[in-house]
Design a protein around this ligand. Structure first.
Ligand code: ADP
Ligand code: MG
Length: 474
């Protein structure tokens, strides 16, 4: 059954499958590359690289990983995204199935993982080599206060971060920074760490992602070194844990984190935490941990404004050798609204292009070079908005979108909302099903088919759908 040769990059398959193994491998390569861009090198190395895709059968991608822990983690965090990305390549793909592969492969993979901790050198070109901060992840040299542009949406978080970095006594504990993806949480945390390491090098600052914290913890359990693990973390002066939403629903990691947290706070050490949501909005977080997280200063980083985006672009361009016409920068600030990371990415691509062709970049050229990014930044509709709009259009309650009621009067609008979710968002069928009261992806598939049928047989219905679509996209 398991003919996997875990040492090689491209595993040759001998099993029969719907799709040619080479084709599957090529698709997986494309999907995993996109994912690598999204989640970063370290997470890619830890979780995505060890995945082997075996075959695609009846719309299900069958993949294997070396351990059960990895399987659970990938299922919880990446499987859906992989399915969605795969759908962009092959629309028939509905979901991803992840299984654990045999022992021999497992051993080899475990060695690979070990070699990858701490993160592979070269991911961050200039990092702090201080071995004293052994447990800490590397700091990005660009993420300093001087490079952080502040404006209305982030000035409070910025001020709080500076305060923590400059104070000789803990001003508030913890500092909890939260906000959406790519809005500067990690940047601010690194900036705090850099500044403290510079001004008071005797203080021990440790920065790491919650994902890594969990990984270390699980590793310590596996290797029976939990005492060392505890010692490492309980002897730091400033502990920063990034993206703490990762440990939501992970009970034993939360337990350990809670104790570490309390031990440090009780000793007057500084904690800095980030998450994508406020403490109270973190689903799957223990009550006592939430209340602890709420105890200090909670600082929200809001979505960027046009002015802030333009300011960030200007500051980045000032550090470059290339000239970008103000019109183009305004265009970018106007169009790329999702987050700063994408804005930077767009700018970098423009700069590379300008250097390559050796003349001024125009708005037309920008549109061409960044067409994919610009399209992705076109207004994104959420499933929640669709449910709300459709419910109000058909005069039913929003809760009926999730309910089990099967009466035609609510079932039909629900199907319409599922259909529109499929059409207007990048969500996969299983994701959509989950948002509709935990329904199966086949139910969503059925709804999509049903609505398509009705659209052709009933012009009035088709008009209704068109109207809804325009309202949602408008
Ligand atoms: P988050 O951790 O919130 O997802 P990051 O801190 O990784 O976001 O920021 C994403 C990218 O955007 C980084 O390259 C960061 O330097 C940049 N960035 C975000 N906010 C700002 C800002 N206010 N000024 C300058 N650069 C920023
Ligand atoms: Mg971050």
């Amino acid at each position: 059954m398991d003919s996997l040769n875990s040492g090689s990059e491209q595993t040759k398959e001998t099993e029969t499958s719907d799709t040619e193994p080479d084709v599957v491998n090529a698709q997986w390569k494309a999907v995993s590359e996109s994912l690598r861009e999204e989640i970063g090198e370290a997470a890619y190395q830890s979780w995505i690289k060890p995945i082997r895709v075996r075959n695609i059968d009846k719309g299900i991608v069958h993949a294997t990983v070396p351990t059960r822990f990895m399987r659970d983690w990938i299922v919880a965090h990446y499987a859906e995204r992989i399915a969605t990305l795969w759908q962009d390549e092959v629309p028939e793909v509905a979901s991803v199935d992840v299984a654990v592969r045999n022992d021999r492969a497992k051993k080899a993979a475990r060695e690979t993982i070990k070699r990858q901790t701490p993160p592979p050198a070269g991911t961050h070109p200039s990092t702090s080599p201080s071995s004293r901060e052994g447990v800490s992840a590397a700091l990005d040299s660009r993420f300093v206060f001087d490079n952080f542009v502040f404006g209305k949406p982030n000035e409070f978080a910025y001020a709080a971060a500076r305060r923590v970095a400059e104070a000789d006594r803990v001003p508030f504990n913890p500092l909890f920074l939260y906000g959406g993806v790519g809005l500067g949480k990690t940047h601010l945390m690194h900036a705090i760490a850099w500044q403290i390491r510079q001004t008071t090098p005797e203080r021990r600052v440790v920065y790491l992602s919650a994902e890594k914290f969990m990984y270390r913890f699980v590793q310590a359990i596996r290797e029976s070194t939990t005492m060392d693990f505890k010692d490492q973390f309980r002897s730091v002066d400033v502990l920063m844990i990034d993206d703490v939403q990762f440990i939501a629903g992970k009970e034993s990691t939360q337990e350990e984190f809670f104790h570490t947290f309390n031990a440090l706070v009780d000793q007057g050490r500084q904690m800095v935490i980030s998450a994508d949501k406020s403490p109270s909005d973190l689903v799957g977080m223990e009550e006592r941990l939430v209340s602890r997280l709420n105890c200090g200063l909670v600082a929200d980083i809001h979505a960027t404004t046009y002015e802030l985006r333009l300011g960030i672009l200007q500051s980045k361009v000032a550090n470059l050798k290339t000239d970008i016409p103000p019109k183009v920068m305004e265009f970018l600030a106007h169009k790329i609204t999702s987050n700063v990371r994408e804005l930077e990415g767009g700018l970098n691509r423009i700069v590379a292009h300008a250097q390559l062709i050796g003349r001024d970049i125009t708005i037309e050229a920008t549109q061409e070079v960044l067409h994919d990014l610009l399209r992705a930044n076109d207004r994104r509709v959420t499933i929640e908005e669709i449910q709300k709009q459709v419910a109000s259009h058909f005069n039913i309650r929003i809760s009926d979108m999730h309910s089990a009621r099967r009466a035609r009067s609510v079932a039909r609008p629900r199907q319409v909302a599922m259909y529109l979710s499929k059409q207007l968002t990048a969500r996969s069928l299983p994701e959509i099903g989950r948002k509709f009261g935990g329904r199966d992806h086949t139910t969503v598939m059925h709804a999509v088919k049903k609505v398509e049928e009705l659209k052709t047989s009933d012009p009035g219905f088709a008009e209704d759908i068109e109207l809804l679509r325009r309202m949602l996209e408008g």
